[in-house]
Design a protein around this ligand. Structure first.
Ligand code: ADP
Ligand code: MG
Length: 307
């Protein structure tokens, strides 16, 4: 199968949709933004063996490639619209491509994103680069900057599950629910939009809670104090690992794709998704983690590239 056949067979499903003047097939896509709205553009590359286990199911690779970008869109309080995909593959097996496309389109359909272009090349390992463009009302994009001392620090969902799931995929004890938190992360897009008017700052948790909250603090010029005992853990995680490990995963494990945000008042209701206050914004800098009233030494960084 050559590149053209791959595009025609796997990546040319209904590329018509709102605002698509010219979709896949020309040298570029022509898009019509909604009048008066600002655009938010995000991009993320995932490399086999670096960001996910090389033997991960292709449908999960496809789903995740979209979901991790939607998480950035969610953290900006934007509405996702258009997507491009640069796909690099060592070989082009029909079975692999069809499963990959199934996961990719499942995530796109769930969030109303249309694929409008891309690039297909060969490479020694699988690499996906997805770029998504979304829209916001002018000035309403939610930034890392804006947290003020006295604001509460809140998180959506539960933390640490994806790290435990990844450990399972890498040969540790397997727990299906936790593995699914790694393979099929839930981008908090709808909730992110509700935060546009309610939060002072936000970031999504891709590298680990302490690490990502630290980035929000640095951008806002503030510090944060959080209580490890308040960080929400799922029942599955508490059953599967000891308290110490659960806490470590929740504080420093990455890949949860939940939102951490700051707010001066009570945030919007999350419905069945828990929204939990874990601490406060303080003057100064850095993130202090308290456990039973004592300062906990957190081996900071989540995952840093080129560190
Ligand atoms: P060019 O050589 O002009 O860059 P290509 O031949 O690479 O164009 O691509 C042809 C068309 O197919 C373009 O519209 C491009 O955006 C689209 N395309 C290529 N690869 C993909 C992909 N993996 N997913 C979606 N669209 C793709
Ligand atoms: Mg061209």
């Amino acid at each position: 199968m050559d590149e053209f056949e791959i595009i025609r067979r796997f990546f040319s499903r209904a590329d018509r949709g709102d605002g698509i003047v010219v979709g896949i097939g020309d040298d570029g896509a022509v898009l019509e933004p909604s009048p008066g709205r600002q655009q938010v553009t995000v991009v993320d590359t995932l490399v086999a063996g670096v960001h996910f286990p090389a033997d991960l199911a292709p449908s999960d690779i496809g789903y995740r490639a979209v979901a991790v970008n939607l998480s950035d869109i969610a953290a900006m309080a934007a509405t996702p619209r258009w997507m491009t995909l640069a796909l690099a593959l060592p070989d082009a097996s029909e079975e692999w491509l069809s499963a990959f496309a199934e996961g990719l389109y499942a995530a796109m359909a769930e969030f109303g994103v249309a694929l409008v272009g891309g690039d297909t090349t060969s490479a020694p390992v699988v690499m996906t680069t997805v770029q998504i463009t979304g829209e916001v009302e002018p000035g309403r994009a939610l930034l890392r900057k804006g947290a003020r001392p006295g604001d509460g620090v809140w998180v959506t969902g539960t933390l640490g599950d994806a790290a435990a799931g990844l450990a399972g995929l890498e040969g540790g004890p397997m727990h299906r629910e936790l593995v699914a938190r790694f393979t099929r992360p839930s981008a908090r897009v709808a909730y992110g939009q509700k935060l546009a008017a309610a939060a002072s700052a936000a970031i999504d948790v891709s590298d680990g809670l302490v690490d990502d909250l630290g980035k929000l603090c640095a951008a806002s010029g503030v510090g944060a104090e959080i209580d490890a005992g308040l960080v929400p853990l799922s029942a599955g995680l508490r059953e599967q690992v000891d308290t110490e490990t659960a806490r470590r995963y929740a504080l420093t494990g990455g890949d949860d794709y939940e939102l951490v945000f700051t707010s001066s008042g009570a945030p919007p209701d999350g419905g069945i998704m828990p929204v939990t206050r874990i601490g406060s914004v303080v003057e100064g800098d850095g993130v202090v983690v308290l456990a039973d009233g004592e300062r906990l030494a957190v081996d900071a960084g989540g995952y840093r590239h080129f560190a």
